[in-house]
Design a protein around this ligand. Structure first.
Ligand SMILES: Nc1nc2c(c(=O)[nH]1)N[C@H]1C(S)=C(S)[C@@H](COP(=O)(O)O)O[C@H]1N2
Ligand SMILES: [Mo]
Length: 162
């Protein structure tokens, strides 16, 4: 099994320095390598996600007519911030849809945890609050069912698997 380090921090080292959410928690990140009952290793409100470097992609998708603009932090930057180790990122949505995304995808492509669609926050009805967006137009080879299935919307929880 290939174990990839996301970032240089020691495991768990940077979680303590992460700000505490001041507003509604929209994302929880947990790691299978942390103690089972320790709860999430990080909780994020929107401002905390907005404080990370933002990446935008303009892309066609199977879900909208014509190219759309999506923006938010890179999933790789999010995990770098936490210094978690793993091979797989499991994105779990509000409706309990779950999909496993290999960490190699995050190293190979700018995969965005989008908080904005055409500059606007997304309601749950509109695939919000968070939507895993692959850069389909930047990397046309991503246009297949594997990556459509990894495009989880209404994401609420990210679990990092060893
Ligand atoms: N939250 C959530 N995201 C999801 C899904 C889902 O059911 N819920 N389905 C996935 C799958 S399997 C695919 S192929 C694509 C396309 O789903 P659609 O055919 O319903 O448009 O969205 C993905 N993202
Ligand atoms: Mo699918």
């Amino acid at each position: 099994m290939l174990a990839l380090w996301l970032g240089a921090a020691a495991p768990g080292a940077s979680a303590q320095t992460l700000a505490q959410p001041a507003n509604t928690v929209i994302l929880e990140v947990s790691s299978a390598t942390s103690a089972p009952n320790s709860g999430p290793i990080a909780q994020f409100d929107l401002a905390m996600l907005d404080a990370l470097p933002q990446r935008e992609t303009v892309t066609s998708t199977p879900w909208y007519d014509g190219p759309q603009t999506f923006s938010g932090p890179l999933l790789s930057d999010l995990l770098n911030t936490l210094g978690v180790q793993g091979t797989t990122v499991r994105a779990v949505a509000i409706n309990d849809y779950a999909v496993d995304i290999p960490v190699s995808d995050l190293l190979d492509y700018p995969v965005i945890l989008a908080s904005r669609h055409n500059g606007n926050l997304m309601s749950v009805r509109d695939k919000g609050p968070l939507f895993v967006v692959f850069p389909f137009d930047e990397v046309p080879s991503l246009n297949n069912e594997v990556y459509y299935a990894r495009s989880a919307w209404q994401v609420r929880h990210i679990e990092v698997l060893p």
